[in-house]
Design a binder for this molecule. Structure first.
Ligand SMILES: NC(=O)c1ccc[n+]([C@@H]2O[C@H](COP(=O)([O-])OP(=O)(O)OC[C@H]3O[C@@H](n4cnc5c(N)ncnc54)[C@H](OP(=O)(O)O)[C@@H]3O)[C@@H](O)[C@H]2O)c1
Length: 337
Protein backbone atom coordinates (compact mmCIF):
# COMPACT_ATOMS: atom_id res chain seq x y z
CA UNK A 1 0.00 0.00 0.00
CA UNK A 2 1.52 3.32 -1.08
CA UNK A 3 1.70 5.96 1.67
CA UNK A 4 -0.49 9.02 1.98
CA UNK A 5 1.92 11.94 1.93
CA UNK A 6 1.70 15.51 3.25
CA UNK A 7 4.31 18.20 2.59
CA UNK A 8 4.45 21.02 5.14
CA UNK A 9 6.17 24.04 3.57
CA UNK A 10 5.25 23.07 0.00
CA UNK A 11 5.37 26.72 -1.16
CA UNK A 12 8.96 27.31 0.04
CA UNK A 13 12.35 27.03 -1.69
CA UNK A 14 12.81 23.41 -0.56
CA UNK A 15 9.13 22.54 -1.13
CA UNK A 16 9.39 23.63 -4.76
CA UNK A 17 12.39 21.38 -5.41
CA UNK A 18 10.83 18.58 -3.36
CA UNK A 19 7.88 18.39 -5.77
CA UNK A 20 10.23 18.19 -8.74
CA UNK A 21 12.49 15.55 -7.18
CA UNK A 22 9.54 13.42 -6.00
CA UNK A 23 8.10 13.48 -9.54
CA UNK A 24 11.49 12.67 -11.13
CA UNK A 25 11.98 9.70 -8.80
CA UNK A 26 8.32 8.64 -9.13
CA UNK A 27 8.08 8.45 -5.36
CA UNK A 28 5.17 6.12 -4.59
CA UNK A 29 2.15 7.79 -2.95
CA UNK A 30 -1.56 7.13 -2.86
CA UNK A 31 -2.37 10.74 -1.90
CA UNK A 32 -0.43 14.03 -1.81
CA UNK A 33 -1.50 17.04 0.26
CA UNK A 34 0.43 20.29 0.00
CA UNK A 35 0.44 22.33 3.20
CA UNK A 36 1.72 25.76 4.19
CA UNK A 37 0.37 28.72 6.16
CA UNK A 38 -3.07 30.30 5.73
CA UNK A 39 -1.33 32.94 3.55
CA UNK A 40 -0.81 30.32 0.83
CA UNK A 41 -4.11 28.44 1.11
CA UNK A 42 -5.71 28.07 -2.33
CA UNK A 43 -2.49 28.69 -4.26
CA UNK A 44 -2.02 26.13 -7.05
CA UNK A 45 1.22 24.14 -7.27
CA UNK A 46 2.14 21.60 -9.92
CA UNK A 47 3.16 18.03 -9.16
CA UNK A 48 3.97 15.73 -12.10
CA UNK A 49 1.91 17.92 -14.44
CA UNK A 50 -1.08 17.95 -12.10
CA UNK A 51 -2.34 21.07 -10.29
CA UNK A 52 -2.84 20.71 -6.53
CA UNK A 53 -4.28 23.43 -4.27
CA UNK A 54 -2.27 24.34 -1.18
CA UNK A 55 -4.07 23.95 2.15
CA UNK A 56 -3.44 25.53 5.51
CA UNK A 57 -1.58 23.10 7.80
CA UNK A 58 -4.11 21.54 10.17
CA UNK A 59 -4.11 18.71 12.67
CA UNK A 60 -6.45 16.66 10.47
CA UNK A 61 -4.23 17.04 7.41
CA UNK A 62 -1.06 16.16 9.32
CA UNK A 63 -2.50 13.26 11.31
CA UNK A 64 -4.15 11.84 8.17
CA UNK A 65 -0.84 11.32 6.36
CA UNK A 66 1.31 8.19 6.77
CA UNK A 67 4.39 10.18 5.83
CA UNK A 68 4.90 13.89 6.48
CA UNK A 69 7.76 15.84 4.92
CA UNK A 70 8.32 19.04 6.88
CA UNK A 71 10.33 21.87 5.26
CA UNK A 72 8.96 24.88 7.06
CA UNK A 73 10.19 26.45 10.33
CA UNK A 74 11.39 25.05 13.66
CA UNK A 75 8.10 26.18 15.21
CA UNK A 76 6.15 24.19 12.62
CA UNK A 77 8.35 21.11 13.17
CA UNK A 78 7.84 21.34 16.95
CA UNK A 79 4.10 21.88 16.51
CA UNK A 80 3.51 18.97 14.13
CA UNK A 81 6.17 16.44 15.18
CA UNK A 82 4.19 15.27 18.26
CA UNK A 83 1.01 14.98 16.17
CA UNK A 84 2.78 12.65 13.73
CA UNK A 85 4.28 10.63 16.56
CA UNK A 86 0.91 10.31 18.33
CA UNK A 87 -0.62 9.00 15.09
CA UNK A 88 2.29 6.49 14.91
CA UNK A 89 3.22 7.79 11.47
CA UNK A 90 6.56 9.18 10.26
CA UNK A 91 7.84 12.72 9.78
CA UNK A 92 11.01 13.50 7.82
CA UNK A 93 12.10 16.92 9.02
CA UNK A 94 14.37 19.27 7.04
CA UNK A 95 14.78 21.74 9.90
CA UNK A 96 17.11 21.81 12.89
CA UNK A 97 14.44 21.33 15.59
CA UNK A 98 15.07 17.64 16.29
CA UNK A 99 18.45 16.96 14.71
CA UNK A 100 20.41 16.59 17.93
CA UNK A 101 17.74 14.75 19.94
CA UNK A 102 19.09 11.33 20.98
CA UNK A 103 16.00 9.42 19.81
CA UNK A 104 15.97 11.09 16.37
CA UNK A 105 18.24 9.65 13.68
CA UNK A 106 20.03 12.25 11.57
CA UNK A 107 20.52 10.52 8.27
CA UNK A 108 22.32 10.59 4.96
CA UNK A 109 21.27 7.19 3.55
CA UNK A 110 24.61 6.60 1.78
CA UNK A 111 26.47 7.20 5.07
CA UNK A 112 24.40 6.08 8.05
CA UNK A 113 21.21 4.54 6.62
CA UNK A 114 21.35 1.91 9.40
CA UNK A 115 20.39 4.63 11.90
CA UNK A 116 16.89 4.55 10.37
CA UNK A 117 16.31 1.23 12.14
CA UNK A 118 15.90 2.96 15.52
CA UNK A 119 13.63 5.89 14.57
CA UNK A 120 10.65 6.64 16.80
CA UNK A 121 8.52 8.53 14.29
CA UNK A 122 10.82 11.45 13.43
CA UNK A 123 13.88 11.37 11.19
CA UNK A 124 15.92 14.54 10.63
CA UNK A 125 17.96 15.44 7.60
CA UNK A 126 21.24 17.30 8.17
CA UNK A 127 21.97 20.93 7.49
CA UNK A 128 22.76 21.49 3.81
CA UNK A 129 26.45 22.25 4.53
CA UNK A 130 26.87 19.13 6.68
CA UNK A 131 25.67 16.67 4.04
CA UNK A 132 28.39 16.88 1.34
CA UNK A 133 31.10 17.23 3.99
CA UNK A 134 29.96 14.17 5.95
CA UNK A 135 29.77 12.16 2.71
CA UNK A 136 33.35 13.09 1.78
CA UNK A 137 34.69 12.47 5.30
CA UNK A 138 32.89 9.13 5.49
CA UNK A 139 34.56 8.01 2.27
CA UNK A 140 38.00 9.24 3.34
CA UNK A 141 37.97 7.70 6.81
CA UNK A 142 38.05 4.30 5.12
CA UNK A 143 41.69 5.13 4.29
CA UNK A 144 42.73 6.44 7.72
CA UNK A 145 40.91 7.61 10.86
CA UNK A 146 40.00 11.30 11.03
CA UNK A 147 41.85 13.48 13.51
CA UNK A 148 40.76 17.06 12.86
CA UNK A 149 38.54 18.91 10.36
CA UNK A 150 38.57 22.64 9.54
CA UNK A 151 36.07 23.97 7.00
CA UNK A 152 35.10 27.30 5.45
CA UNK A 153 31.81 27.48 3.55
CA UNK A 154 30.54 29.54 0.62
CA UNK A 155 26.77 29.27 0.96
CA UNK A 156 24.16 30.27 -1.60
CA UNK A 157 21.22 32.51 -0.70
CA UNK A 158 18.61 29.81 -1.45
CA UNK A 159 19.87 28.17 1.75
CA UNK A 160 18.05 30.94 3.61
CA UNK A 161 14.81 30.40 1.69
CA UNK A 162 12.69 31.98 -1.01
CA UNK A 163 12.75 35.50 0.50
CA UNK A 164 16.56 35.61 0.38
CA UNK A 165 16.59 34.55 -3.28
CA UNK A 166 14.26 37.47 -4.02
CA UNK A 167 16.47 39.83 -2.00
CA UNK A 168 19.58 38.96 -4.07
CA UNK A 169 17.57 39.17 -7.31
CA UNK A 170 16.23 42.62 -6.52
CA UNK A 171 19.67 43.91 -5.48
CA UNK A 172 21.25 42.54 -8.69
CA UNK A 173 18.43 44.02 -10.81
CA UNK A 174 18.99 47.45 -9.26
CA UNK A 175 22.76 47.21 -9.74
CA UNK A 176 22.30 46.18 -13.39
CA UNK A 177 19.98 49.12 -13.99
CA UNK A 178 22.37 51.55 -12.30
CA UNK A 179 19.69 52.27 -9.69
CA UNK A 180 20.10 52.55 -5.94
CA UNK A 181 20.44 49.06 -4.40
CA UNK A 182 17.52 48.35 -2.05
CA UNK A 183 18.36 48.07 1.66
CA UNK A 184 18.77 44.51 3.00
CA UNK A 185 15.82 42.89 4.74
CA UNK A 186 16.72 39.21 5.15
CA UNK A 187 20.48 39.65 5.74
CA UNK A 188 22.22 42.13 8.07
CA UNK A 189 24.20 43.52 5.10
CA UNK A 190 23.75 43.86 1.33
CA UNK A 191 24.44 40.41 -0.17
CA UNK A 192 24.89 41.42 -3.84
CA UNK A 193 28.62 42.10 -4.56
CA UNK A 194 29.45 41.10 -1.00
CA UNK A 195 30.24 38.08 1.20
CA UNK A 196 28.93 37.89 4.76
CA UNK A 197 30.76 35.76 7.39
CA UNK A 198 27.57 35.29 9.35
CA UNK A 199 25.08 32.43 8.82
CA UNK A 200 22.38 32.04 11.50
CA UNK A 201 22.86 33.78 14.86
CA UNK A 202 26.00 34.14 17.00
CA UNK A 203 26.57 32.03 20.10
CA UNK A 204 28.55 32.97 23.22
CA UNK A 205 31.76 31.28 22.04
CA UNK A 206 31.89 33.47 18.93
CA UNK A 207 30.83 30.73 16.52
CA UNK A 208 27.47 30.95 14.76
CA UNK A 209 24.69 28.41 15.17
CA UNK A 210 25.34 27.24 11.59
CA UNK A 211 28.97 26.53 12.49
CA UNK A 212 27.90 24.66 15.62
CA UNK A 213 25.34 22.69 13.60
CA UNK A 214 28.03 21.60 11.13
CA UNK A 215 30.26 20.40 13.97
CA UNK A 216 27.58 18.64 16.02
CA UNK A 217 25.77 17.08 13.09
CA UNK A 218 28.97 15.79 11.46
CA UNK A 219 29.92 14.14 14.75
CA UNK A 220 26.46 12.58 15.12
CA UNK A 221 26.22 11.24 11.54
CA UNK A 222 29.73 9.78 11.60
CA UNK A 223 29.30 8.46 15.18
CA UNK A 224 32.49 10.31 16.12
CA UNK A 225 31.46 12.46 19.11
CA UNK A 226 35.02 13.58 19.85
CA UNK A 227 35.98 14.63 16.32
CA UNK A 228 37.95 17.89 16.44
CA UNK A 229 36.08 20.30 14.23
CA UNK A 230 35.93 24.03 13.49
CA UNK A 231 34.07 25.85 10.71
CA UNK A 232 33.53 29.37 9.41
CA UNK A 233 30.25 29.70 7.53
CA UNK A 234 30.01 32.44 4.92
CA UNK A 235 27.05 33.61 2.83
CA UNK A 236 27.99 34.47 -0.76
CA UNK A 237 25.91 35.99 -3.59
CA UNK A 238 25.20 32.75 -5.48
CA UNK A 239 21.65 31.46 -5.94
CA UNK A 240 22.06 27.69 -5.46
CA UNK A 241 24.90 25.40 -4.35
CA UNK A 242 26.90 25.41 -1.14
CA UNK A 243 30.69 25.10 -1.52
CA UNK A 244 33.27 24.32 1.15
CA UNK A 245 37.06 24.45 1.48
CA UNK A 246 38.01 21.67 3.89
CA UNK A 247 41.27 20.82 5.66
CA UNK A 248 41.46 17.31 7.14
CA UNK A 249 44.14 15.76 9.32
CA UNK A 250 44.25 11.99 9.59
CA UNK A 251 45.65 9.85 12.40
CA UNK A 252 48.10 8.25 9.99
CA UNK A 253 49.25 8.56 6.41
CA UNK A 254 46.41 8.84 3.88
CA UNK A 255 47.85 8.70 0.35
CA UNK A 256 46.03 10.81 -2.25
CA UNK A 257 45.55 7.83 -4.58
CA UNK A 258 43.82 5.83 -1.86
CA UNK A 259 41.65 8.83 -0.93
CA UNK A 260 40.66 9.32 -4.57
CA UNK A 261 39.72 5.66 -4.83
CA UNK A 262 37.65 5.89 -1.64
CA UNK A 263 35.87 9.02 -2.89
CA UNK A 264 35.09 7.35 -6.25
CA UNK A 265 33.66 4.34 -4.39
CA UNK A 266 31.33 6.46 -2.21
CA UNK A 267 27.71 6.23 -3.40
CA UNK A 268 26.14 9.63 -4.04
CA UNK A 269 29.49 11.35 -4.39
CA UNK A 270 31.38 12.32 -7.54
CA UNK A 271 35.07 13.13 -7.78
CA UNK A 272 35.48 16.02 -10.24
CA UNK A 273 39.16 16.77 -10.03
CA UNK A 274 41.21 17.57 -13.13
CA UNK A 275 42.90 20.93 -12.58
CA UNK A 276 44.76 20.66 -15.92
CA UNK A 277 41.38 20.96 -17.65
CA UNK A 278 40.03 23.53 -15.14
CA UNK A 279 37.72 20.81 -13.90
CA UNK A 280 36.49 21.10 -10.33
CA UNK A 281 32.99 21.51 -8.92
CA UNK A 282 31.37 24.94 -8.78
CA UNK A 283 27.84 25.85 -7.70
CA UNK A 284 26.87 26.37 -11.36
CA UNK A 285 28.30 23.17 -12.84
CA UNK A 286 26.74 21.02 -10.10
CA UNK A 287 23.34 22.75 -9.78
CA UNK A 288 20.24 20.60 -10.22
CA UNK A 289 22.30 17.45 -9.62
CA UNK A 290 21.48 15.04 -6.80
CA UNK A 291 25.11 14.19 -6.05
CA UNK A 292 27.75 15.81 -3.85
CA UNK A 293 31.00 16.71 -5.61
CA UNK A 294 34.62 16.79 -4.47
CA UNK A 295 37.61 18.36 -6.25
CA UNK A 296 40.95 20.14 -5.68
CA UNK A 297 42.22 17.26 -3.52
CA UNK A 298 45.83 17.88 -2.50
CA UNK A 299 48.32 17.39 0.31
CA UNK A 300 48.31 19.98 3.08
CA UNK A 301 52.03 20.44 3.74
CA UNK A 302 51.39 22.52 6.88
CA UNK A 303 50.48 19.49 9.05
CA UNK A 304 51.27 15.77 9.32
CA UNK A 305 48.92 13.51 7.35
CA UNK A 306 46.83 16.45 6.10
CA UNK A 307 44.85 17.04 2.92
CA UNK A 308 42.79 19.91 1.56
CA UNK A 309 39.77 19.56 -0.69
CA UNK A 310 36.81 21.47 -2.07
CA UNK A 311 33.26 20.15 -2.07
CA UNK A 312 29.99 21.41 -3.50
CA UNK A 313 26.40 20.22 -3.56
CA UNK A 314 23.03 21.63 -4.56
CA UNK A 315 21.65 22.70 -1.18
CA UNK A 316 18.04 22.33 -2.30
CA UNK A 317 18.61 18.83 -3.71
CA UNK A 318 21.13 16.65 -1.81
CA UNK A 319 21.18 19.31 0.92
CA UNK A 320 17.43 19.06 1.45
CA UNK A 321 14.72 17.59 -0.85
CA UNK A 322 16.66 14.72 -2.43
CA UNK A 323 18.06 13.55 0.90
CA UNK A 324 14.56 13.66 2.43
CA UNK A 325 13.10 11.55 -0.39
CA UNK A 326 16.02 9.11 -0.29
CA UNK A 327 15.35 8.65 3.45
CA UNK A 328 11.71 7.85 2.69
CA UNK A 329 12.73 5.39 -0.02
CA UNK A 330 15.14 3.74 2.42
CA UNK A 331 12.43 3.56 5.13
CA UNK A 332 10.15 1.79 2.66
CA UNK A 333 12.96 -0.58 1.63
CA UNK A 334 13.62 -1.43 5.27
CA UNK A 335 9.91 -1.82 6.13
CA UNK A 336 10.23 1.03 8.62
CA UNK A 337 7.39 3.25 7.44
N1 LIG B 1 16.97 26.12 1.76
C1 LIG B 1 17.83 25.13 1.99
O1 LIG B 1 18.85 24.96 1.30
C2 LIG B 1 17.58 24.16 3.10
C3 LIG B 1 18.39 23.04 3.20
C4 LIG B 1 18.19 22.12 4.24
C5 LIG B 1 17.17 22.36 5.12
N2 LIG B 1 16.39 23.47 5.00
C6 LIG B 1 15.31 23.66 5.96
O2 LIG B 1 14.08 23.52 5.29
C7 LIG B 1 13.09 24.35 5.88
C8 LIG B 1 12.44 25.23 4.82
O3 LIG B 1 13.41 26.04 4.20
P1 LIG B 1 13.11 26.89 2.90
O4 LIG B 1 14.44 27.36 2.46
O5 LIG B 1 12.25 26.14 1.93
O6 LIG B 1 12.26 28.13 3.51
P2 LIG B 1 11.23 29.11 2.81
O7 LIG B 1 11.52 29.26 1.35
O8 LIG B 1 11.20 30.33 3.64
O9 LIG B 1 9.80 28.36 2.92
C9 LIG B 1 9.18 28.13 4.16
C10 LIG B 1 7.94 27.31 3.95
O10 LIG B 1 7.38 26.97 5.21
C11 LIG B 1 6.02 27.39 5.27
N3 LIG B 1 5.71 27.73 6.67
C12 LIG B 1 6.24 28.72 7.41
N4 LIG B 1 5.70 28.72 8.66
C13 LIG B 1 4.82 27.67 8.69
C14 LIG B 1 3.94 27.16 9.67
N5 LIG B 1 3.87 27.68 10.91
N6 LIG B 1 3.18 26.08 9.35
C15 LIG B 1 3.24 25.54 8.13
N7 LIG B 1 4.04 26.00 7.15
C16 LIG B 1 4.83 27.05 7.42
C17 LIG B 1 5.94 28.54 4.30
O11 LIG B 1 4.60 28.73 3.92
P3 LIG B 1 4.05 30.12 3.33
O12 LIG B 1 4.54 30.17 1.90
O13 LIG B 1 2.59 29.99 3.44
O14 LIG B 1 4.65 31.22 4.17
C18 LIG B 1 6.82 28.01 3.18
O15 LIG B 1 6.12 27.06 2.43
C19 LIG B 1 13.82 25.12 6.99
O16 LIG B 1 13.62 24.42 8.19
C20 LIG B 1 15.26 25.04 6.58
O17 LIG B 1 16.13 25.11 7.68
C21 LIG B 1 16.56 24.37 4.00
Amino acid sequence: MEPKVAVIGATGAVGDVFLRVAAERKFPMSELRLLATARSAGKQLTYAGRKIAVEETTEAAVAGADLVFCSATSEASRRWGPVVRAARHVMIDDGSAYRMEPNVPLVIPEVNGDDLDWHEGIVSIPNCTTTPLAMALHAMRRVAPLRRVVAATYQAVSGTGAAAVEELRSQLRAFGAGAEIPAPGVYPHQIALNVIPHVDSFEEDGFTKEEAKMRNETRKILHEPELRFAATCVRVPTMVGHAEAVHVEFEREAPLDALREALRAQPGLELMDDPARNLYPTPLNTADDDRAFVGRLRVDPSVDHGVVFWCVSDNLRKGAATNAIQIAEELIRRGKL
